[in-house]
Design a protein around this ligand. Structure first.
Ligand code: FAD
Length: 526
């Protein structure tokens, strides 16, 4: 269904757009009679203010900087459609990037010399002031692409409901995570967030405003999910909900042996039916290394009194592996949850005496990274460079990765700071028609090096990241980047592998003038 809009005309809009065009050196004079320009008051929403430009030139990564010529602060999807239409129909089109919360780390939401659409401007300005509508009867929420997941959580919890698939950190937009995948400890069971979308409204690179789902405009639906912003701007997503639990039993187990750690992880994710009550609700894993404390900014979990014994274990082994699992419960299951958790733990090969547990509210658990963020912010340590590297690695090669990377490059360089995540997921929970790229094996691991660095030291981390990629290439580890960033077309073609042709075809179909998300540098990397 193609939607069309009627807009009031404003001469000031034409003035500002003309100005933006002249700054952008777009040669064709603006056709003031063009009905689509008359159709919208872009003037009040386009900003060339230095502070808006500055903010749109940066992201969480703090490594890339690219200045747009203007920033659009839309108050409705129609504003975005009008901007895209304007660029699409111009003889010299300009790039347009939706910026969600700007938590990319490599400039993916930037548009050098183009226009950045500040999606957050739409938050709370539409749909009766909420941007999130919950259907209690049909168990879904319609949420604006600009909404933060924390707001989705709060709005749905009001009805005792919640989505099932999350990211570790909730101050990310719905449009931003659906453009990648949205993974966390629930992925092994429910799939990534992109596997949990019923339908979407999307404005394509041709300015068509389409509703898409597995049955309606399905090519666009699958293209956009994990599509790195290349095919359209998501303005609404319908997310399925389930009754929310009240609390969680949260357990961490320590291992000195990688093989026991991964065997146990794989055993635990083998129970993964959505409706299987004996399955875990969350499973992740991480490395503990000599960083002064077994806790890191993302989590303070271990009791203080146990720090010395954990630290001495780390000192002895260099790296300790931490398995993290969760079981939900509510009033109905509160009497049985401990017994169930005990059954889960039976037969696992963690180090005796190194099991730690917590019992916290469901929301506190989901929002667990927030307190670390606030602490870092108060110390001025949040807005520092983040030379992150996120990878997917086939199960059959994760042991080689441990030997060569964790126990090789990482220990030798001895610069790794911040969390290093490692946990498995099931390929069957992903839909191959989507644009997201994952390894071919049924079980694969995600590894996230979530470094924070000093302003002068990020290059050392970048060198380490390159070393890791070189090692994988040399030894034939079939690694795929998550939140990928490459600088040449060849690298992108290699990244997409057998999906490249379809990805490219979809680009021609939905964004033939290559307007959208230029900061990903897939189609405009020269
Ligand atoms: P942005 O950085 O603003 O945009 C990302 C890309 O999506 C850009 O290409 C942009 O143009 C495009 N885009 C944005 N909005 C839209 C839209 N509405 N329609 C179409 N395209 C759009 N990821 C996980 O999967 N799991 C995690 O647990 C996780 N934890 C994180 C923790 C932190 C502290 C940070 C900083 C990031 C984390 N991420 C995680 C990564 C995160 O999911 C991605 O970086 C995501 O893109 C960030 O969302 P955003 O709203 O900031 O998107």
């Amino acid at each position: 269904m193609v939607m069309s809009f009627q807009f009031p005309a404003y001469f000031t809009a034409i003035f500002i757009i003309t100005r933006v065009m002249s700054i952008m050196k777009i040669s064709k004079p603006l056709d003031v009679h063009h009905k689509d320009i008359r159709a919208v008051d872009l003037a009040t929403k386009l900003s060339v203010d230095p502070s808006a430009i500055e903010s749109a030139s940066r992201d969480f990564g703090g490594i890339v900087k690219a200045e747009p010529e203007a920033v659009l602060h839309p108050s409705a999807p129609q504003d975005i459609a009008a901007l895209i239409k304007f660029s699409y129909s111009n003889s010299v089109p300009f790039g347009i990037a939706a910026k969600g919360h700007g938590h990319s780390v490599r400039g993916q939401a930037m548009a050098e010399n183009g226009v950045v659409v500040d999606m957050r401007s739409m938050a709370n300005k539409r749909r009766n002031g909420t941007g999130i509508r919950v259907s209690i009867d049909r168990l879904y929420a319609d949420v604006g692409g600009e909404q933060l997941w924390i707001d989705v959580l709060n709005a749905t919890l009001e009805y005792g409901l919640a989505p099932v698939s999350w990211t570790d950190y909730l101050y990310l937009t719905v449009g931003g995570t659906l453009s990648n995948a949205g993974i966390s400890g629930q992925t092994f069971r429910y799939g990534p967030q992109i596997s949990n979308v019923l339908e979407m409204d999307v404005i394509t690179g041709k300015a068509d405003f389409l509703t898409c789902s597995p049955r309606m405009n399905s090519e666009l639906f699958y293209a956009v999910l994990g599509g790195l912003g290349q095919f359209g701007i998501i303005t609404r997503a319908r997310i399925p909900l389930q009754p929310a639990p009240k609390r969680v039993k949260w357990v961490r187990l320590l291992y000195d042996d990688f093989s026991s750690f991964t065997k146990d992880q794989e055993l635990l994710i083998s129970k993964n039916g959505r409706k299987d009550k004996s399955a875990l609700d969350y499973l992740e894993g991480s490395l503990l290394m000599d960083q002064g404390s077994p806790d890191n900014w993302r989590s303070s979990f271990f009791p203080h009194k146990d720090h010395p014994k954990i630290i001495s274990l780390i000192t002895k082994h260099g790296i300790i592996y931490c398995l993290e699992i969760v079981k939900h419960y509510d009033d109905r299951t509160k009497h049985s949850v401990d017994k169930e958790m005990k059954q889960v733990l039976q037969g696992l090969n963690y180090m005796p005496g190194f099991m730690f547990g917590k019992d916290v509210g469901y929301e506190e658990f989901l929002n667990r990274v927030r307190s670390g963020e606030l602490k870092l912010k108060s110390q001025g340590l949040w807005d520092v460079p983040h030379p992150w590297l996120n990878l997917f690695i086939p199960k059959s090669q994760i042991s080689d990765f441990n030997n060569g990377v964790f126990r090789g490059i990482v220990l030798e360089r001895n610069i790794t700071t911040g969390p290093v995540l490692v946990y498995p997921m099931n390929r069957q929970k992903w839909d191959d028609r989507m644009s997201a790229v994952i390894p071919d094996e049924e079980i694969f691991y995600t590894v996230g090096f979530l470094h924070s660095s000093g302003f002068d030291t990020w290059e050392a981390f970048e060198d380490q990241n390159k070393d890791i990629m070189r090692f994988c290439n040399k030894t034939g580890i079939m690694v795929k980047q998550y939140l990928p960033h490459y600088s040449t077309k060849e690298e992108w073609v290699h990244h997409f592998g057998s999906k490249w042709k379809v990805f490219q075809h979809r680009k021609y179909q939905f964004d033939p003038r290559m307007l959208l998300s230029p900061g990903q540098r897939i189609f405009n990397n020269n």
